[in-house]
Design a protein around this ligand. Structure first.
Ligand SMILES: Cc1ncc(COP(=O)(O)O)c(C=O)c1O
Length: 409
């Protein structure tokens, strides 16, 4: 028998994890609401929520209870059988998606992540539109995930250059530019795929009315509208979906991140007509919609509804935004609800350095683009926590902004 080598201690420099990330040097071991603790017992105010995932805060009691109950009952059976939760959850997601309109009920395919929800959307569009209309137009700067199809839809060549060839059939146009989009809608185009706000590009917001105009163009050309609400969806921007702000009803919607409040689950919703193009065997997943994740998602959506989380995100978002705009060293704040991109002015330290100093002072934020800090706290964040985060942030910028005319730190 071979003996396994002894595992290395935590302090060892060698890592067994592939180097796709350069994690901050803190080991987080516990969370409660908007707070997390490291292995040394130090507390941090979490204003990034595992990348806009733990929208109800860490270990929300309703989600913990639902998950624990389900864990004692049934974990997994695959999609070869029905279970008690997938259908009710699909109905719930359908209700969320159609909230702003009178569209007929649609259908849902469950996944384990945002990228997979978008892969499902891409395959569904191809299945529905057929080989002659298999082009999808998406936006430059967009982010739709790291799997090859989602990466091909993503409008950031730097993320895909090393992994060519990508699947064919994707065209990119500038985000927010309707004229270029209209010109791109040739006869081979089956769908437009768009984020309401480009989170990963640095919380980039299109001009007002953009989504509504995209919908109009899609209708005019008989093209499907796919909206990626993986980051913006489920109350994050102050509405159940960001597309609801403009009363837009897409043909296909993807959500993930906040759906399980930390349990990995995503969903691709489509209208009844588009959904009907998928036949048994066309697409699949071993885990998607499995009972544990579905239990967490049902509890998350129930809590969001019961606690009026969209409204709370809108009002806390306005408060956070106002406070950040007043911070010396901030040139603009963009975004919606509690998905905010804080644009630093040129005298401020570089954004990654700002994020690092925030961490040192007990505040978790991240830097999605040069010169931008993203804040996406729990949607249940309280007023004094908003104030504390802004105080820490102002402190960090005050340390770094040199108003004497000398060079920044
Ligand atoms: C808009 C959007 N789509 C898709 C994804 C990919 O989601 P996941 O990382 O769960 O695959 C992300 C992740 O950041 C996202 O922001």
């Amino acid at each position: 028998m071979t003996t396994l080598p002894r595992s290395h201690g935590a302090a060892e420099a060698r890592s067994f994890v592939m180097p796709t990330y350069a994690p901050a040097p803190v080991r987080l071991v516990r969370g409660d609401g908007p707070w997390v603790w490291d292995d040394g017992g130090r507390r941090y105010l979490d204003f990034i929520s595992g990348l806009a995932v733990t929208s109800l805060g860490h270990c929300h009691p309703a989600v913990v209870t639902a998950l624990a109950d389900q864990a004692a009952r049934l974990w997994h059976v695959s999609n070869l059988y029905l279970n008690a939760l997938t259908e009710p959850l699909a109905e719930r997601v359908d209700r969320v998606v159609r909230l702003a309109t009178t569209t007929e009920p649609g259908r849902v395919f469950f996944t384990n992540s945002g990228a997979e929800a978008n892969e499902a959307a891409i395959k569904l569009v191809r299945r529905h539109c057929g080989p002659r209309r298999n082009t999808i137009v998406s936006a430059l700067g967009s982010f739709h995930g790291r799997t090859l199809g989602a990466l091909a839809a993503t409008g950031q060549p730097s993320k895909s250059e090393a992994f060519l060839p990508l699947p064919e059939g994707f065209v990119h146009v500038p985000f927010g530019d309707l004229d270029t989009l209209e010109r791109a809608l040739g006869p081979s185009v089956g769908a437009v795929m768009v984020e309401p706000v480009q989170g990963e590009a640095g919380v980039v917001v299109p001009p007002p009315g953009y989504l509504r105009e995209v919908r109009r163009l899609c209708d005019e050309r008989g093209v499907l509208m796919v909206v990626d609400e993986v980051q913006t969806g489920l109350c994050r921007t102050g509405a159940w979906l960001a597309s609801h702000h403009e009363q837009v009803q897409p043909d296909v919607v993807t959500v993930a991140k906040a759906l399980g409040n930390g349990m990995p689950i995503g969903a691709c919703w489509a209208t009844a007509e588009v959904s009907a193009s998928f036949r048994p065997g066309d697409h699949g997943t071993t885990f998607g919609g499995q009972p544990l994740a579905a239990a967490a998602a049902l509890a998350t959506l129930d809590t969001m509804e019961r606690e009026h989380v969209a409204e709370r995100a809108a009002s806390s978002g306005a408060a956070l935004r106002g406070a950040l705009e007043a911070v010396d060293g901030v040139s603009a704040v963009r975004g919606a609800g509690l998905l905010l991109g804080v644009v630093l002015d040129r005298a401020a330290p570089a954004a990654p350095e700002v994020a690092r100093r925030c961490l040192d002072k007990g505040l978790l934020v991240n830097c999605p683009a040069p010169g931008v800090i993203r804040m996406a706290p729990s949607l249940l964040v309280e007023e004094q926590q908003v104030r504390l985060a802004c105080d820490i942030f102002a402190d960090v910028l005050r340390d770094g902004v040199d108003r004497s005319g000398g060079s920044p730190l």
